[in-house]
Design a protein around this ligand. Structure first.
Ligand SMILES: [Zn+2]
Length: 184
């Protein structure tokens, strides 16, 4: 985890990330002009993950992230996701159970493994299952900006990009193309 200002890492959350931690997880992997950027280490708190992840934990989180990405991609491409991705998400979702616990005089549903990585991964995996099977599913869209790999929830019919940065980039490229065409 770095400190100080890293210009390349300043990116706004995509629409819908506040409604779906699984979407936020997927979007921690993105592309920039300099290549692939991984924001996972900076996003652990936001995603309910332990602040620091060991190598094995990091591998499990990135595996789940790749599997959730595959679910979102399959959803938007109108195909079935790979069996591996489904199994990875299902395994994470069942690795922690919620049980009714008595907090006299109330009943509360609590994790059977509170504070564990399993609890955090299960929460993310269950959210992914909710997203692809529930009301949000028709809203999931890939960003249409060239070279962007993020997804967002299209809450406004005309939205095509995950961020104003991507929208501006597309508009700038279009403008550039027009200028070139006029010259030619
Ligand atoms: Zn984008």
């Amino acid at each position: 985890m770095g400190t100080g200002l890293r210009e390349a890492n300043v990116v706004t959350a995509a629409p819908g990330e506040e409604r779906s931690p699984a979407l936020a997880l997927v979007n921690t992997r993105r592309l920039s002009a300099g290549g692939e950027v991984d924001d996972l280490a900076d996003a652990t708190g936001r995603l309910g993950l332990p602040a620091t992840l060991g190598a094995d934990e990091l591998r499990r989180v990135t595996e789940l992230r790749a599997a959730v990405r595959e679910l979102l991609a399959a959803l938007t491409e109108d195909r079935a996701p790979s069996a591996d991705a489904v199994e990875t998400v299902n395994a994470a979702a069942r690795a922690d159970a919620a049980a009714p616990q008595l907090a006299w005089p109330r009943r509360e549903w609590r994790s059977t493994r509170p504070g564990s990585l399993e609890e955090a991964l299960a929460t993310l995996a269950r959210d992914a299952i909710d997203v692809v099977t529930g009301d949000l599913a028709p809203l999931v869209r890939p960003c249409e900006a060239h070279g962007c790999v993020r997804f967002f929830l299209r809450e406004h019919a005309r939205r095509r990009w995950c961020s104003t940065t991507c929208g501006d980039r597309v508009r700038a490229a279009r403008h550039q193309r027009l200028v070139v065409e006029r010259r030619g």
